[in-house]
Design a binder for this molecule. Structure first.
Ligand code: DIG
Ligand code: MN
Ligand code: MN
Length: 387
């Protein structure tokens, strides 16, 4: 029986806000008592996680004094050391405090935009102090309910000004941060700017320091919009911009469910894990998810274990798929189709003339059966443990 025990080498991480989620939702109060950050770290150490991530105010209350802040950070660092947990990523809450009700970097009030930068700089200080090298920016409130409130291209300009400024701050302080921008189509705003990972991939090249900025795609956020999450991840990877990833699960067309990884669509999760492992992605496997509202903290531990076990089970299924002789023979045949086609490659006068001169037998090519039903059935049988 393969071993599905999480180990540090798997780089499984959770946000403080995930295992400490108290189950509040828009229609119901908390169902779990507060879990202090240091107790959350102990829980993550207990279930075998590698890292813990945090928003600034997951750890340091927004109105903490500098001395309270320093004490909290010292105690947190002690807890992380005691439980062998690292802090790979930090981020900032630019969505919870009422001041951000109209957004943060894109807000119409210039004081809000300035305060959002100041707060992010301090969150970067905290992240750097904890050893984080990735800084996620999720613009949860950067959006609108009415497009009468600002031109959307003005929002893009304000976002660029903020990200450029924060890149300069990281350079100035020599923090070495790689910024990972996280998209979401809506919730909590009626519409959120930069709704998809693709939108951010189009935004990044317009920045002053594009090499410092990548994306943090989240399963639930692309899936909410009815998109194929793997395709967003693959485009980010191919562009060298997959700086981080938020793993969870989601039914299409619903509110942001942030389910346990693999809990809604194990087939999509399989193709994602296969891609990440085949591609050699070596970043954090971060679970931005939370337990069902029905659970107590034993259930939260089951949730955390389930995220990691499902990833490892799907990683083993991907190994089986890659080793399956019948599947690999089919893949070889599919990939090799049309071997006699004129090579495309770099444009040349000779290549041009060869391509223009070629006669294609459209009927014969179109009549060929591609065997994808057999391939997908074999894939499903690997997934279902029938091979
Ligand atoms: C929501 O999916 C966002 C926040 O939880 C956080 O800012 C970010 C970190 O992964 N994801
Ligand atoms: Mn989410
Ligand atoms: Mn997320």
């Amino acid at each position: 029986m393969p071993d599905y025990t999480p180990r540090l080498e798997h780089k499984f991480s959770f946000g403080l806000w995930t295992v400490s989620n108290r189950g509040r939702d828009p229609f119901g109060d908390v169902v779990r008592p507060a879990l202090a950050p240091n107790d959350a770290v102990a829980m993550l150490g207990d279930v075998g996680a590698w890292g813990v991530n945090l928003h600034d105010n997951d750890l340091v209350p927004i109105d903490a004094t500098p001395s309270e802040r320093d004490r909290i950070v010292r105690e947190f660092q002690r807890a992380c050391t005691a439980h062998g947990i690292v802090v790979p990523m930090a981020t900032v809450s630019l969505f919870y405090d009422p001041i951000f009700k109209d957004g943060a970097f894109t807000a119409n009030d210039a004081r809000v935009r300035a305060y959002a930068l100041q707060k992010t700089m301090r969150a970067m200080d905290l992240g750097a102090e904890l050893g984080a090298k990735i800084f996620v920016l999720w613009g949860g409130r950067e959006g609108t309910e009415t497009d009468a409130c600002r031109r959307p291209d003005e929002a893009v300009k304000r976002l660029r000004e903020a990200v450029d400024y924060l890149c300069e701050y990281s350079i100035d302080r020599a923090y070495g941060f790689r910024f990972a921008l996280e998209a979401k189509p809506n919730e909590p705003r009626g519409d959120i700017y930069m709704a998809t990972t693709g939108a951010y991939l189009g935004f990044i090249p317009t920045l002053a320091h594009p090499e410092m900025v990548g994306v943090n795609p989240e399963v639930a956020h692309e899936t909410m919009a009815g998109l194929n999450f793997l395709h967003a991840v693959a485009q980010a990877w191919e562009a060298g911009k997959l700086f981080h990833i938020d793993l969870n699960d989601q039914m299409p067309g619903r509110y942001d469910q942030d389910f346990r990884f693999g809990a809604a669509n194990p087939r999509a999760a399989f193709f994602l894990v296969k891609f990440l492992e085949d591609a050699g992605y070596d970043g954090p496997r971060h679970f931005d998810a939370h337990a069902y509202r029905t659970e107590d903290y034993e259930g939260v531990k089951d949730f955390a274990r389930g995220c990691m076990r499902s990833y490892l089970i799907l990683k083993e299924r991907a190994r089986q798929w890659n080793a399956d002789k019948e599947i690999q023979a089919l893949v070889k045949e599919i990939i090799g189709a049309g071997a006699d086609a004129p090579a495309i490659g770099k444009y040349s006068a000779q290549g041009r003339d060869t391509l223009l001169a070629r006669r294609f037998d459209r009927g014969a090519i179109a009549a060929r059966g591609l065997g994808y039903e057999r391939l997908d059935q074999l894939t499903m049988e690997v997934l279902m443990g029938a091979r």
